[in-house]
Design a protein around this ligand. Structure first.
Ligand code: HEC
Ligand code: HEC
Length: 289
């Protein structure tokens, strides 16, 4: 008899808890929907495979996609014509802006043309979209700017406009720009970061962060790296967004380890980021450009 009563009491408790959870969940969805309606547009992308490659605009958008996903070959050190070697390292934009910025993840580029001109705190300057693209060419890609009126720049913008098609003016999309990370107030120590790096990152990016080169005998048409370098002369320079603690920690926190995302603690993300940005890399030459 007593056990039955206990059961009933337990059942009532469980039901109350479930009810509470359901109500909370529905409240949360409401909040989420309101936010999306007010300032954040839902994630929606036009299909790149449906481009008409015979049209001028289709060609440009497709070329823009090639520039982002095969940068080293199209506008980098491996470009056949030396005049087109703008990027100075062997990275591709998509090593950071995954899949040409089309992945619903940190550093996606959907809606980007609707957000510029924009004030960039790190640079204490307002940049237009051309300057923003060239900022990554000069820093993340350790190269030189591409002319604003070039077919290349126009193609990059045509591609951005295409992937931003469904983003209303002045609205952000879900996962827009860089995601956030809580701040970390502990002491940063590259030795601690190094130990954490060797547990979480070394298997792919290597002991010195030099990445894993492609085997061209096996894959002659492949890109130079299977895993991109996070240090050394083929990596981003020390003027890049990825060279700043906050941006590196945010990216690493959300996107790495690539095969095991979301497993790092905030502390690990900061310690590892602090270690990675301390590794040798090219110097950003302000006067070169
Ligand atoms: C090493 C990583 C990395 C690579 C490679 C890279 N970027 Fe970026 N990019 C970033 C980071 C980090 C930011 C954002 C923060 C910042 O730089 O202040 C960014 C921002 C941008 C933005 C502005 C996005 C926004 O939401 O405001 C554009 C446009 C952009 N990159 C284009 C490119 C292009 C084009 C390439 C290739 C030529 C490229 N990036 C290569 C790391 C990279
Ligand atoms: C399973 C392999 C793997 C592991 C483990 C891994 N990464 Fe990556 N990482 C990648 C790949 C692949 C990319 C490029 C993705 C693309 O091009 O779409 C990448 C990209 C990056 C980039 C941006 C591009 C560049 O080269 O600068 C950084 C920074 C980075 N990883 C840091 C880390 C850190 C730090 C860790 C450890 C916490 C880590 N990664 C663990 C595979 C890995």
């Amino acid at each position: 008899m007593r056990i039955d009563k206990l059961h009933i009491i337990l059942l009532v408790c469980v039901l109350t808890l479930m009810g509470y959870i359901i109500i909370r969940a529905s409240q949360n969805t409401e909040i989420a929907t309101v936010m999306i309606n007010d300032s954040i547009a839902a994630w929606k992308l036009p299909d790149l495979r449906k481009l008409d490659l015979n049209s001028d605009s289709g060609k440009m958008i497709n070329y823009g996609n090639d520039i982002l996903t095969k940068t080293s070959k199209v506008l980098g050190p491996l470009a056949k014509d030396p005049a087109f070697r703008f990027a100075g390292n062997l990275l591709n934009c998509s090593n950071c802006h995954f899949n040409g910025g089309r992945e619903p993840r940190t550093l996606n580029l959907v809606g980007v043309t609707k957000r510029y001109p924009k004030y960039i705190e790190r640079l204490n300057d307002t940049l237009n979209i051309f300057q923003r693209v060239n900022n990554c060419f000069m820093r993340s890609m350790n190269g030189k700017p591409i002319p604003e009126d070039s077919y290349e720049m126009k193609s990059i913008i045509a591609y951005f406009d295409f992937i931003s098609k469904y983003v209303p003016e002045h609205k952000m999309v879900e996962f827009q720009g860089i995601s956030t990370i809580p701040s970390y107030n502990g002491k940063l120590d590259t030795e601690i970061g190094k130990v954490m790096y060797s547990k979480k990152c070394i298997s792919c990016h290597g002991a010195e962060g030099l990445g894993a080169p492609n085997n061209f005998e096996e894959d002659p048409n492949g890109l130079p790296f299977i895993i991109p370098p996070v240090a050394g002369k083929e990596s981003f320079n020390n003027g890049a967004g990825m060279s700043t603690l906050k941006e590196a920690a945010t990216f690493i926190y959300h996107e790495m380890p690539y095969n095991d995302r979301g497993t790092l603690t905030v502390e690990e993300a900061y310690q590892i980021a602090n270690y990675v940005i301390s590794l040798p890399r090219p110097n950003f030459n302000h006067t070169k450009n």
